[in-house]
Each structure stands twice: as C-alpha cells, then as structure tokens.
Design a protein. Structure first.
Ligand code: SAM
Length: 213
C-alpha cells in the first residue's frame, strides 16, 4: 500500500488557522520537542483496549507518528494539520512505512469541511494551544466530524506541569468539562503523562475521553 493525499479544505485554502501558539510550520524545519518519533504511550494502550476504533481522525497530527501507528494496527485513519511542513513529513513517513493514511492540510477548527464522519478523533497537544474562544469553536468542529456515539480522545498538558519552561497552556479538569457540555458526555478525565523529547518519564498531562451524545 502507499500513502498519500494532500487536500486543502475550502476555508483552509483561504486562511489556515495556525492557533494562537508559535508559528508551528517553522518549527517543523527541525524536529520540535513534541515530535518524539513514536506514538504516545497512551495511544498504544488505548488501541490495545479498543478505545481507539473504527474510522479515526488525528487532529493536529504533526508529522503523523500517531496516525501512522493507528493505521499499522489496521484502523482506517486520517490526519489533519495546518502546518504544511508537518503534512509533507507525515506523507513521507507513511510512504516509507508503506502504510495508508490520508493526510490533509487544513484547519481543525473547521472539520465539517472535510465532509467525513469519524468514530474516534484523537488529539495530542492541539486543544492546549487554543484560546478560550477557539476551544468553543473546536468543540463544535469536532462534533461536526463525529459519528453519533463517536469518541474524542485528548491528551493535553495539565495544571500539574510546572510553568518554568514555558510551553502551551496548562489545562484543568474543570476546563475540559466547561468546554464539552451540550451534546457531549465526558466519560473520564485521568491524570497521566505526555511523552516529549525533554521530559524524563513524560510531562504532567490529562487524558480525556468524551463521547458525542
Ligand atoms: C504541539 S503540536 C502536536 C503535534 C502532534 N499531535 C504530535 O503529537 O506530534 C500541535 C500541532 O497542532 C497543529 N495545529 C495548530 N493549530 C491548528 C489548527 N487550527 N488546525 C490544525 N492543526 C493545528 C500544529 O501545526 C502542530 O502540528
């Protein structure tokens, strides 16, 4: 099998939203600290437990490590990111691994434009870059691309993570409940670790499972 497809979705074609965080595209000229060269440990566990299932979209997929892993486990996988260099790298990696993933250059705040529905949407480190107003947009966007009873699985830095090194917003459990209210059911929010290149044993994180009601 071969990978690949770069599709610029409608609104993204005009203006790709790069989040309120640093210019992500530039960071992909090198290897950014979140790009760990393997899937997050939590995703490996959740594939094994069957929580990552069916048609999967990885939102803010970066260079595709998690998406490629999901596809290697036999899942039907898409990945979307607003950074062209990330998507180019993801396509190259998938091709090298001879695995089929549909990578799309586009805006996770407008997932409805994909015209696709997913059973599982995963997010490693995207939600925590959004402003409060973008969080509301993101919740609606996720809902528009989710099958009924589909589940959003999110891994983000938690408020337990020290602020001394900068980085993205830290997220509290309350904030997750406040964002995913109507038409969502929060199944759990668990304390865990997020793997990075510079954290021994991972950074303090939250793993959330949220189902479209
Ligand atoms: C911290 S990185 C994490 C990347 C990847 N999930 C990983 O774990 O390696 C956040 C990613 O979100 C992407 N991003 C930021 N805003 C976005 C948006 N509105 N739509 C799609 N992707 C976005 C960035 O380009 C970046 O690749």
């Amino acid at each position: 099998m071969t990978s690949k497809e770069v599709t610029l979705t409608g609104r993204a074609r005009e203006k790709i939203h790069t989040g309120s965080h640093p210019p992500f595209n530039e960071s992909y000229r090198g290897t950014p600290p979140w790009d760990i060269g393997r899937p997050q440990s939590e995703w490996v566990k959740l594939v094994r437990s069957g929580e990552v299932r069916g048609r999967v979209l990885d939102a803010g997929c970066g260079t595709g490590e998690s998406a490629i892993y999901f596809a290697q486990q036999g899942l039907d996988v898409w990945g979307i990111d607003s950074a062209p260099l990330a998507i180019e790298k993801a396509i190259r990696k998938a091709k090298a691994c001879e695995v089929k993933v549909r990578f799309v250059l586009g805006d996770a705040l407008h997932l409805g434009e994909l015209g696709e529905k997913f059973d599982t949407i995963t997010d490693t480190g995207l939600f925590h870059v959004f402003s409060d107003s973008d969080r509301a947009l993101y919740s609606a966007s996720l809902r528009s691309a989710m099958k009924r009873n589909g589940t959003f699985l999110m891994l983000c830095f938690s408020t337990k993570e020290p602020a001394d090194w900068g980085g993205p917003r830290r997220v509290s459990e309350d904030e997750i409940h406040q964002t995913f209210t109507r038409r969502w059911k929060v199944n759990y929010v668990k304390e865990t670790r997020i793997d990075t290149q510079f954290h021994e044993g991972g950074g303090h994180a939250l793993l959330a499972s949220i189902t479209a009601a």
